[in-house]
Design a protein around this ligand. Structure first.
Ligand SMILES: NC(=O)c1ccc[n+]([C@@H]2O[C@H](COP(=O)([O-])OP(=O)(O)OC[C@H]3O[C@@H](n4cnc5c(N)ncnc54)[C@H](OP(=O)(O)O)[C@@H]3O)[C@@H](O)[C@H]2O)c1
Length: 263
């Protein structure tokens, strides 16, 4: 039997990353779970084991470059070069204005959501380049495509789209593919907490999608599994929306307001 793939999932302690890690574990991959919270990391590892998979938690803090570098060298030393990297660690933001954006929060969002992903791509990308195989999956957002009123989050997620594209070009000659998924409103632990705090309106959210539905983390995991598999061997540099049709519904509904359909 072939050796299992080494799949590193950063942000595997919760939400979308956890669902992706469980999907990989169920497929028979060897999954390295990362994030800051060791307790939730152990819970995800246990859930992977219950699916018959192998998983190990190795911590990192995306705001601290050294810990990401340590994660990459630990994975390499213990297991060999990673075949898959998923960058699902990130902080959600609530609505605000650029002119009111506190600078310390802006720095935190860029450090974790963009720079942490950037450094993880560098570290694991070097392993994959040298091994001449691999797949990286970043997590974008609807904000990668549309001007959502999230003053630090939106520019950071647009930067993730650009990073995904240039890395795909840079690593393609080494048979390393780099893609992203852009989740719509996904019922992760993080989004559920925002809803519980009254910072998101679930009924209004559903009405903004073509399918009138939330996305489930497991549905993002399906797309992630495909993009990181050999079935997607010709796909690189894309950012795939998994959004229950939000990106089509938003301009469609806006246009209807000025030009209503009359029977
Ligand atoms: N849910 C949505 O609707 C939605 C939509 C579009 C995009 N996204 C993106 O999807 C990704 C995952 O979000 P989610 O909704 O699954 O949120 P979540 O349930 O809150 O999970 C966030 C994950 O990020 C990790 N994380 C946060 N800060 C970190 C840090 N400094 N270092 C290492 N890991 C860190 C957390 O782990 P620890 O706490 O253990 O560190 C956790 O595993 C994010 O990039 C988010 O922007 C989500």
């Amino acid at each position: 039997m072939a050796d299992p793939r080494i799949c590193v999932v950063i942000g595997a302690t919760s939400g979308i990353g956890r669902a992706i890690a469980l999907k990989f574990a169920a497929q028979g991959d060897l999954v390295i779970l990362s994030g800051r919270n060791a307790e939730r990391g152990a819970m995800t590892a246990e859930a992977c084991a219950q699916l018959g998979g192998q998983a190990h938690f190795i911590p990192c803090d995306l705001a601290d470059a050294k810990t990401i570098q340590d994660l990459a060298s630990t994975v390499y030393g213990r297991f060999g070069p990673a075949a898959v990297l998923v960058n699902s660690g990130g902080i959600l933001q609530s609505g605000g204005r650029v002119l009111d954006q506190p600078l310390d929060q802006d720095a935190d969002l860029w450090n974790v959501n963009y720079r942490g992903t950037f450094i993880a791509c560098q570290e694991f990308g070097r392993q994959m380049r040298d091994a001449r195989r691999g797949a990286i999956l970043n997590i974008g957002s609807l904000a990668s495509f549309a001007p959502l009123s999230l003053p630090s989050y939106t520019p950071g997620k647009q930067a993730i789209l650009g990073l995904t594209q240039i890395l795909a070009a840079e690593l393609g000659p080494f048979s390393v593919r780099v893609n992203a998924v852009a989740p719509g409103y996904t019922l992760s632990d993080g989004l559920k907490a925002k809803i519980a705090a009254g910072e998101r309106d679930p009924e209004a959210i559903k009405a903004t999608t073509a399918l009138r539905a939330f996305v489930e983390p497991e549905q993002i995991a399906e797309a992630a599994s495909f993009l990181c598999s050999d079935n997607a061997a010709s796909i690189t540099g894309v950012t795939l929306p998994v959004d229950a049709g939000w990106l089509v519904q938003a301009p469609y509904a806006a246009y209807l307001q000025g030009n209503p359909i009359r029977q």
